[in-house]
Every structure is written in structure tokens, then in C-alpha cells.
Design a protein around this ligand. Structure first.
Ligand code: DAH
Length: 438
């Protein structure tokens, strides 16, 4: 019966509901076969961890960072031009195991990023990468010493103008032989980069080097780790200057300001974040650090030492192209796409402004169940896609009282379908406390 009722659109909705993980249907084996998730031309079994929705899986083939003329593609090429002698990779599948995404990089077993409320799982053993760092081990293992990898990454998140469950990152890394020759090479490279930057109009604020909470690794000579960290900073300062220096209109009077901040990532030590001062605000643009030896050991290159960084493309592209809403990157509208040409930093000209339509929804969650904010947002995305600008908790207090009207000696009067007494209570509440009835 259940099987016969499932028209194809109904089947889609059913699988989307199953994807939330909290609803389980007892199904015939025929139906279960139909519940495999099809991704990039292959079917994957679903299980109790599956939480990918059709709205998400439909994004996998799009690969915006490779579309000619697209702002994300222009930004990728600008970064690739800065690292011209690096290998440039941009077509690695987003399907990875949790071991690749987390374990190999030293994430703790209870790291919150692993939770199905935060990440998208195809099933228990397969997920959508949450960051491009997931590929560090395989790229080092393939023998690349200096490389960039650009890709789509997936995270369950809120809905607003700067968050989207799919975004793009560039991972970059450079490693040397950990012996004296390698370190001499780093020192020479630092010298050249320092001289080139000295001529530029850029102010770099640096944290005091290698704080006790952000140490060099025990297997590293601290002097070598310092050389590598310096190379990281010099290389990235040059890239930041290339990206922002011109687009931000940095002038002699107002030079570009960049600051390096101590950070923590499981797969680097010491670790740093970079912020750029742009239009009155400090904006975090990347994470980076000296690669954990565990990563290089896992990759079969234990004799190397080096740095890595990971940077989000949308954030930077929104600034460089004046794109006000992250949904626009996914637009197929020629009025958006026609505004950009490969390699050019042009300012987006808004072409429409339609009226907003806001709706509140409130509900009881079944006893014993829970509903994460991201579960709600994924339902909204799956139904309404990019038609939704943001979802916010109203931040207001809502109370709900259930009044049980029953007299000991007479019938309660109901008029025109309404309970008179209750209408009077509601009116009084409005009058006396100015409450708004939902
Ligand atoms: N993967 C990190 C993220 O998505 C960013 C990052 C931090 C990448 C440090 C790195 C790194 O390569 O060394 O937040």
C-alpha cells in the first residue's frame, strides 16, 4: 500500500523527511532499495546517519569555482596566479570518509564538527567534505610539495546573507625537506619575499611569535618552525595584497591593514588566522599554520616540514565584487552572470529589489524528540531553496497556556464556534498586558 502511494514527488518528500534522521519509516525492501542516494552518477545506501537533502545533493555537479566568468572562478585564478609555480587542483570529489575529513587530521573523537547536526552525511561511512583540508594527506601522498586545491565544501548552517550550506575553499600548502638544505631554501625564499613586500603599501600587524599556547611541535627544531611560519606569513601577505590591495583602493593615505592572530586547528601548530581591515571592520579570511607532523606521517612523507592554509572564497568574493548576498553566487540569471568576465574584478550592480514576505511558525516538538536549528533550516532550504533570504529566531518570549473550561453544574457556552469565556480572557490579556496573540 505504502509503496503504491508513492508517486515520484511523494517519494522525494519522503526521502527528504527520512534525511532528517529523526523520522523512521518501516519500509518494504523494494522501497528501501529506492532510498539509495544518487550522487554524481552513483547510488549510495542510506542509513540512520543520512541527512543529505535533495537541495544539497543537487549542488554537487555545479562546481561554481570552475565556471568560466563566474566571480568564484576569477578569484580562484587570481590566487593561482599568485602561487604560479604550485600544482593547481580543482576537481576532487566532495565525497570523503569521516576518517579522511576528521581522523587523519587529528580531530578529537568528540569534536562537535562530526555531529550530524553540523555536517552532511550520505551514510555513516561517507560524508560531504566540510573543508578542503580533508585532502591534505592524499595530495601530499601523491608527492606534491607545493599545491593549491579549490573545491566546494558543505556545512549545515543557519540561513542568512553570508551563510550557505555549500561554499568554496582554497587549500594551499608548501613543504620542504626538513634537513639543512631545505631550511636554507626557506631562508632564501623569505629574504626575497621580505624585500618585495617592503616596497608595498601594506601594514601588517603580527602576534608575538609562537605563544606558549601555540607552540612549535616537539619534533621540530624551533628555529626551523619559525622559518616555515615566516614563509607562510610572507607568502600569504603577498597574496592578500594582490587580492585586496588594488580592489580595496588602498592608497598611500590608507594602506591595507592585515593582522595575524594566534589560533588553534587540530592539524597545525603553531596556528594562525588572518584578518583584513575592510570598510571599517576586521574580517577573518583564512586559517593556517605549520602542518602537524601527523598529517605528513599519514601521507608517507615524514621527512618534510611545511605550512598550509585554507581560505573561504565567497567571503572574499563578496567584498571584491560587492556582492551583497551569498545566494547570488548560485544565480542562473543572466542579469547576474552577464556582469562578470573571467579575470576581471567588477562591482556587481543590483538589478532587482522585490518586497519581502515574512512568516512565523511555532510548533510543539514531539515528546522526547529534538529539533536542531539546522534541521529546521534544511527543511526550509529543501522546500524554498534560494527563495529564502534568512531565518531568525524572533528572540521574543512566547507563552502557551492550555485552559481547561469545565463547570461542575452547567454547560460551557459556545457561540458561532467560539468559546465566549475564552474570547473574553484573550481580550483581557491584550488589554491588560499588550500581548500579541499568535
Ligand atoms: N580547514 C580550516 C577550516 O575550514 C581552515 C584551515 C586552517 C586550513 C588551518 C588549513 C590550516 O590548511 O592550516 O576552517
Amino acid at each position: 500500500m505504502l509503496v503504491r502511494l508513492l508517486s515520484s514527488s511523494h517519494a522525494l518528500r519522503t526521502s527528504a523527511r527520512l534525511a532528517q534522521g529523526s523520522l523512521q519509516l518501516v519500509t518494504s525492501s523494494a522501497l528501501r532499495r529506492g532510498l539509495a542516494t544518487s550522487l554524481l552518477g552513483k547510488d549510495y545506501p542510506r542509513d540512520d546517519w543520512t541527512n543529505v537533502t535533495p537541495a544539497i545533493t543537487s549542488k554537487l555537479p555545479l562546481r561554481l569555482h570552475t565556471l568560466p566568468d563566474h566571480p568564484l572562478s576569477t578569484l580562484r585564478s587570481l590566487i593561482e596566479q599568485h602561487f604560479a609555480d604550485f600544482s593547481h587542483l580543482s576537481s576532487v570529489s566532495p565525497l570523503v570518509t569521516p576518517a579522511t575529513n576528521f581522523d587523519e587530521l587529528g580531530f578529537a573523537p568528540d569534536h562537535p564538527g562530526r555531529a550530524p547536526t553540523d555536517s552532511y552525511y550520505v551514510n555513516r561511512g561517507l560524508m560531504l567534505r566540510t573543508h578542503t583540508s580533508a585532502h591534505e594527506v592524499e595530495v601530499f601522498r601523491a608527492g606534491h610539495d607545493r599545491w593549491l586545491l579549490t573545491a566546494d565544501v558543505y556545512r549545515r548552517d543557519e540561513i542568512d546573507g553570508s551563510h550557505y550550506p555549500v561554499f568554496h575553499q582554497v587549500e594551499g600548502a608548501r613543504v620542504w625537506d626538513a634537513g639543512l638544505n631545505g631550511m636554507r631554501e626557506v631562508a632564501e625564499d623569505n629574504e626575497a619575499r621580505r624585500a618585495a613586500l617592503a616596497a608595498e603599501n601594506i601594514i601588517i600587524e603580527d602576534v608575538p611569535h609562537v605563544a606558549p599556547t601555540n607552540p612549535a611541535q616537539s619534533t621540530h627544531d624551533p628555529a626551523h618552525a619559525a622559518l616555515v611560519a615566516e614563509n607562510l606569513k610572507l607568502s600569504l601577505n603577498g597574496m592578500i595584497l594582490k587580492l585586496f590591495g588594488h580592489a580595496a583602493g588602498a592608497t598611500k593615505a590608507e594602506p591595507l591593514r592585515v593582522r595575524w592572530i594566534e589560533a588553534y586547528f587540530p592539524f597545525t601548530s603553531p596556528s594562525f588566522e588572518v584578518e583584513v581591515f575592510f570598510r571599517g571592520k576586521w574580517l577573518e579570511i583564512l586559517g593556517s599554520g605549520v602542518v602537524q607532523q601527523l598529517t605528513l606521517d599519514n601521507a608517507g612523507v615524514p621527512h618534510k616540514i611545511g605550512w598550509a592554509f585554507g581560505l573561504g572564497l565567497e567571503r572574499i568574493a563578496m567584498i571584491l565584487f560587492s556582492i551583497p548576498d551569498i545566494r547570488l553566487f548560485w544565480s542562473q540569471d543572466p542579469r547576474f552572470l552577464r556582469q562578470f568576465a573571467q579575470g576581471q574584478l567588477t562591482s556587481f550592480q543590483p538589478y532587482s529589489r522585490y518586497p519581502a514576505c515574512t512568516k512565523d511558525v511555532s510548533f510543539w516538538v514531539p515528546q522526547g524528540a529534538s529539533l536542531h536549528d539546522n534541521d529546521f533550516c534544511d527543511v526550509v532550504r529543501d522546500v524554498a531553496g534560494d527563495m529564502v533570504e534568512d531565518v531568525k529566531k524572533t528572540g521574543r518570549t512566547s507563552l502557551c497556556f492550555r485552559v481547561n473550561y469545565r463547570s461542575m453544574d452547567r454547560c460551557i457556552i459556545v457561540k458561532r464556534g467560539g468559546l465566549v469565556l475564552h474570547s473574553q480572557v484573550v481580550s483581557r490579556l491584550k488589554e491588560q498586558f499588550a500581548v500579541e496573540i499568535r
